[in-house]
Design a binder for this molecule. Sequence first.
Ligand SMILES: [Zn+2]
Length: 246
Amino acid sequence: MQEEVCGILVDVREYREHDALLKVLCEDGSLMSLSARGVRKVTSKNAPAVQLFTLARLQLNYQETSSMQSLRRAEIINSYRKIREDLMKQSIAAYFCECIHKSGFEDNVYGLLKQSLDILQDAEHPLQLLCLFQAIMNRMHGIEPYVDGCVRCQNMQDIQAVSRRDGGFVCKHCLRSGDHIISRNDLKTFRLLCKAELKHYELLERLEPFTSENFEELYGFFEDYGGIGLKSIRFLRTLFAMEESS
Ligand SMILES: [Zn+2]
């Protein structure tokens, strides 16, 4: 019997007039569905803890026979205030949550999400972290691009482009229309990201700031081969466009 769980809220949906439906990624890696009655009332004591990407301790009205538990009390462990105060960080955190939630991994990804949020709150260059996160997601979905040579001839020299169709680097001799030619520097960044783990974040932060194009290069693989549509990408793209035009 489980009457209390700790976890990160990866999905919060409005339900009826005053209620919400929650998905919680628990410490043990399980994903729990919860109904939270009255949390959208102004007077609700639970409301502050029932927010997307909050790490919370949740007490349940546990019912063994039910697939959906109901929330009794919610207490904030970490609200990630510094993420909430920054629109870009906030939408990146929302993206992390949706990506993890919709991916439905068998592995316990609680640590990955928690660590990503921990890094994000103090990140100087949140895009660097977003790119790294995307590279990790691609790898976990088994769709990481081949970046140890040309995907068509295995040549290690004269790499010039990325082919989404063939799934990796392309050299100048194999270049075809449709391949995406990118700068040497971006090719290097792309390769680095495809190899890096979350623990390498500090090294990445020392590099020149990444751009939304670095992210799109990685996200393109996810979009084409991940088989999951993510809504939060739209708002991220709006923010990218706003930042680039300012
Ligand atoms: Zn080649």
